[in-house]
Each structure stands twice: as structure tokens, then as C-alpha cells.
Design a protein around this ligand. Sequence first.
Ligand SMILES: Cc1ncc(C[n+]2csc(CCOP(=O)(O)OP(=O)(O)O)c2C)c(N)n1
Length: 624
Amino acid sequence: MKLLMLERICQPSDLRMLSVQQMDILAQEIRDYILEIVSRTGGHLAPNLGVVELTLALHYVFESPRDKIIWDVGHQSYVHKILTGRREQMKTLRQYKGLSGFPKCGESVHDCFETGHSSTSISAALGLALARDLKGEDHSVIAVIGDGALTGGLAFEGLNHTGQLGTRLIVVLNDNEMSITRNVGALSGYLSRLRTDPFYHRSKGEIKEVLQRIPNIGPRVFKAAERFKGSVKYLLVPGMLFEELGFTYLGPIDGHNIKDLINVFERARMLTGPVLVHVKTKKGKGYKPAEQCPDKYHGIGSFDLKTGLPKPQGPAPSFTEVFGKTVVDLAAEYSNMVAITAAMSDGTGLRDFARKYPERFFDVGIAEEHAVTMAAGLARAGCLPVVAIYSTFLQRAYDQLIHDTALQGLHVIFALDRGGIVGEDGETHQGIFDLSYLRHIPGMTVMVPRDQSELVAMLKSAVNYSGPVAVRYPRGAGPLLEVDYQRQEIPLGQGELLREGSDMVIFAVGPLVYQALEAAEQLSACGKEVAVVDCRFVKPLDEGLILEWANRTKRVITLEENVLAGGFGSAVLEMLITHSFCGEVARIGIPDRFVEHGAPDILRRNLGLDAAGIVNLIKEKGWL
Ligand SMILES: Cc1ncc(C[n+]2csc(CCOP(=O)(O)OP(=O)(O)O)c2C)c(N)n1
């Protein structure tokens, strides 16, 4: 691939040698390069294609790393990486030991703050800007935030505080009218009016000019309009909402016109207080399939560049699909069932539910805290809410789980997708804390299915239990090719003995149960008989079953895809100690560190979360 212009850019300052026409050529080369790489590695394609000119203009005007650019969510930072000395490394994007798909301070001095979860950029930027002022420095701080990320409450908290302080800070609003799917919320409606309504478009200067041309009354009307905080001013001043919050509003600007972008950023750089630059972009810009279906190309696995088609998946249905189908079936039976997503209707498998029961489906935007408290309100009033959220994003709503849901014993079903290792998205997205952050909440039921049929059974069961109930399942295909949708409910807290054995017992939850069975098979060939129990419940534990097999074998192994601290193994250990168990216990899970990005198989192998890892541990213990 010929990248004549791009090869000249080794650091952001090299951009300043280029003319605007050359920057346009560069933009095309960057798009081609990103397409070639992401079609092989997978990644966040459409968001990055949409910010090529925006990123070029930012790096042209501002002097990174002196000036600080924070990328909200960080999934759109590929162009930034390419321009900041990581062009060649992009070939290793999202691969184990390769370049991360998100900003990483350890990767480059140009990554000044790490992101992954949405809506953090304004608060982080304010922190950096306040520190700058305290230290008497004078660089710029820029938060680049999408209209989707702006639906998150934390973004409002950041805007609110910044506006009050009047700190010099630039918020670049990358408005493509999309979150992963179409953006939602009243603010999104306001932004689209700003994009299209001539009243909203007109700049304050233009309006003044027009009014002053009207003899006698014009200037007076303008003055009066400026004085009123009421409706007249709202009609006359663009971006009023942001102006009222204390920001100077600049825009909306065509986010694919490099010249305009450079001009507006130059202007923003000179202003002394908070500035919001409203930039209109097209998600997926420059690649037809992505322009037409930006949601499908938001985050995508490897795909065929010519056709745009994803590489074929294996035949086994994913846990997400099985959840999606089961919840639609249950909704037919339970007319009070409602489903809630925080901007992830497709990712969580709720698309069919949304189509079939639009009045019972709520996309709240990237607002997990709100999703949970709203669900609690719905439950309090007699509805049966199913909140489908990725494990990592429910971390946001920890207090809402406790204070708004569990404390009142409200029956809310939490469908936690992407539990355990998620792989290529890395540290910020691994769902490895949920068993710990859920199981210590009083009244919470926590289930982990080993396969798709168990997921069906657990969802049916969750409907009949009381209080908050979490069902946690992993990303991707499950172990079964055929799913039994007729599976019946499971009595609360009932585990299942899958294999008998007298030498030791493995207590496991989730698909790792199959690894335990495989390890038991291998160990049997070495003359050791290992019992395997699928505990199914992290809470309440099947104490009777666990105690029985722990006492029979006296050698216990626990197995979970969760941090060891406070997780399933801890629960078993605590229970065994309480019952004065005399024997040995070894726990397999994730040690006290964050788990980097890479293919899930590699990560699991490294962590010993597979049959070989189990056998190794048993050898190390001298139990073989
Ligand atoms: C707290 C949290 N919830 C959900 C997500 C998943 N997520 C990643 S990007 C995204 C949409 C972001 O939309 P926007 O900010 O407009 O950026 P765009 O992709 O449109 O450029 C979502 C929901 C996340 N990263 N963080």
C-alpha cells in the first residue's frame, strides 16, 4: 500500500509542513490504512473513519504532548495513534502484546489519559486544566466527546462544574447523530435541531448584523433579546444550552472540512474560558458499507474489504443470541416484563425485543446508573424489568444496585453480558469483577450458566425468584451447537454434580465447567479420579452439595473467570471455613492485576483458565 503523504508524518508537528490540499490527500491515505488494518484485526472502524479530518486539524492546531487531548471512550483514537508515531505498530492493533485499541499512557506520551468507558473526558480534562492553572502552566486541554457519550450523566457533571468554574478548557463535541445505534435522548434532539434549524444555525454576530439593519427597532430588539434569558434569546443565540452552562459555543462546523476545522480550533485556542466546539461528522465516512450501516461497523471483527462482509462465525449460537430469544419468549408470557439497555440494544441481543415490544423497551443512552434506578422504579410499580448490560459497564451502577434495588428487595433481573475475559478490547472491558461486586450485596442472587441451555433455564428461573437476580454469561459462542429452549427452571441455589471422583473435587461456574470436565478426563488417565460440580450459583451457594463433596475428597479446587479477590472461590472458602472444613483448597481465577488485551484463548492460557492450567495447578500442589 502506497502511503506517500502518511510516510512523511512521524510526529504531529510534521502536519504543519502540509498545505490543506495535502492534508486532504493525507486524510484519504489514513482512511485506506485504517481500512486495511481493521479489516484484518477487527476493531472500531466507523468511529475512526468519522474523525480523520477532526484529528488532523486538532494535531495541526494544538501541540501534543504539551497540549493535552483526551479521547472520550477512546475507541476513535486510531488516527491519533497513527499521527503520534505509532503508524507501523498499528499492524498489531488489539493483538496480544500489540497496540491497544484505546489510549494507553504507557504506549505514548501523546496519550495523556486512559479511557474505555464512556463520558469521562470532560471531568478528566477539567482535572488536567485545574492542575495546569495551579502550577501556573498555560497549555490547552481538549476533551473530544461524541454525542453518544454526552448522554452519560458524568459528562453533564463535568460540563456543569466546568461552566461554574470558568476554567479554560475546550470540549470538542463530535456529533454524528449516532451512539452505537442511533443516538437517543432529548439532548440528541436538541443537537440535531442545532445542526439543521436555521435559527439555531445563525451565529450571534450574523443575527446582530441582520437586526441592526432594521432602522430604529433592530438594535433595540437585539439588546432586549440579549437581556432576556427567556424564549427570545433561545431563538437568537445558537448553542444556548451550552452558553447557559457557561461555555462559549462555536459551531456547528463541518467535521470533514479541514480548513474550517483549523480555523475554529485556532479561535477556540485563543478564548479564555470553557469552549464547546460543535463538529458535525459522518460515522463511517469514506467507506460505503460503513456509511450505510454505521452501527454494524461501529465495532467489527475481521471482514472482507471488498464486500464489507464479516468473516463467517462458527455454528454455535452465542449466549447473547440465546438471551435475546429467551427474553422475547418470556415477554410473551409475562406481560409486565420490560427490557432496558444503556445504548447497547444490538450488543446485548435486545433488538428483537425492541421490535416486538417497542412500548416495553427502553434505551436510556449511555446511562447505566439511570438504567438501574429506573428499573428499580419500574419494579416498585409492579413491572418486571430485565436490565441487559455488559458486566464491565454495570460497574458504573454499583450504588444503584445496592441503594436503589437490593435495599428495597426489588425484583430486577440483571442480564450481565460479556462476563469474564472479553479479549481484544482489553483492560477497560474485561468483565472480571462482577462476581465480586455482586455477591456481597444482601439479597442478591448470582447465577452463572455453563452453556446456552443453562442460560435459558436460569432466565426462566430468574423470573420466579424474588429480589435482584443477576445472570452472568460470557461474550461469544457458547459450548453447545444445539440449545434446549425447553429447559426447566432451577430451584434456587441448586448446583449440579457432573462427575463423581474420590481424589479431589473441582467446584466451578460458567463455561469453565467444561474445562474442569476435560481436566478430570486427563487426570483420570493418570489414575486420579476428580469430581466436578457445576455450582451454578455464586449466591446462594449450594452449601450441602459443596460440603458433601469437599468432605468426601478433602481436596478442593475452585474455578472461576473472575478476580480471585471476593469472587466465587472466596465464597466457597468462606463457607468451608465456617463449617470447619479440614482439607486443602486451591483457587483458580484471575490474580490481583488487570488483564491486558489479546485473543481470549491466549489470555485464558496465560491465566491458567483452561484444562491444561487446572492440571498444572494440581501438579504444582503435588496432588497428582
Ligand atoms: C459506560 C459505557 N457504556 C457503554 C459503552 C459502549 N460504547 C462504546 S462506544 C459507544 C457509543 C459512543 O457513541 P459516541 O460517543 O457518539 O461515539 P461514536 O462511536 O458515535 O463516534 C458505546 C455505547 C462504553 N464504552 N462505556
